[in-house]
Design a protein around this ligand. Sequence first.
Ligand code: SF4
Length: 346
Amino acid sequence: MITRSPAKVQTSGPLLASDADEKASWQRQLSQAIRSPEALCRRLGLAPAWLPGAAQGHALFEVCVPEAYLARITPGDPHDPLLRQVLPLAAEGEMPAGFVSDPLAEAAHTPRRGLIHKYAGRVLLIASPTCAINCRYCFRRHFPYDANAPSRAQWKDSLNYLRDDLSLHEAILSGGDPLAASDRQLAWLVGELEAIPHLKRLRIHTRLPAVIPDRIDDALLDWLAASRLQKVVVLHINHANEIDDAVVAACQRLKAAGATLLNQSVLLRGVNDSVDALAALSERLFEAGVLPYYLHVLDPVAGAAHFDVPDGEARELVADLRKVLPGFLMPRLVREIPGEASKTPL
Ligand code: SF4
């Protein structure tokens, strides 16, 4: 069994979140996040029967949930769709055939430490090994972040890789969650990327605006708005209840800084596996100024099989969703297949 602690602090490289600078509000909130199954069950008033399973799941992949996210969960309801995304279960120890530690075979596409190059024209940089929340279905729950936390010299190596490949037009900041890195560090990295003439776009894959909306603060908006690169922020939101007024305000701030906002979701059993839930998500995203982009079927990662929705059921759901939503609110149902040149529509 593979375990990791994705919420731990990075210990090398220029993208450390623990600068000597005074901590921002979001950093204080993150440092106070709930990180034990006992505290999670107590905070949400769950029956004691949930604790043993939560402890078993936590031993495989640690709990991490900040208060700003907890506040959107209905206390005492074990079926709350937000709770299901963060509550560890004993089922995470089951290992059905086909569920593996690296479902996307990313190790085969890592030419530099912290740099994944799978698709033409763009590369993905692991800008932070840290997340603000540990989602139980995460396809990178076993990712070897320790082996992909570049030192400053290794970052230079990755940047040279981008400089040398004139076919690259887009850099994608990922993680962990790239916005878990400090603004000083992100401003440094984005400055380096801007200096590469053939790069046109900066894409940021992040869940943080929906987890701790205060992350979208002035310090972040300063470097983002100043960048010459076209900015695309791809949020990760799975349920309409995740989008409260603070999240809407964070989205509006990102838009005002010049970012195009898209959302990718994962189709998750017990979270959003109904037409009503998916329609409400698309409607609420649009109210927040975000366009639905992808609806991923679950990547078969070990520990998350209980979230799986079979492809046939997923297709039926999306066909029914199309009957109630305008086309521009329809996410594309996709699967990521290792070795394919793009995501595969289902
Ligand atoms: S889904 Fe995203 S935010 Fe959640 S644990 Fe995985 S990388 Fe972190």
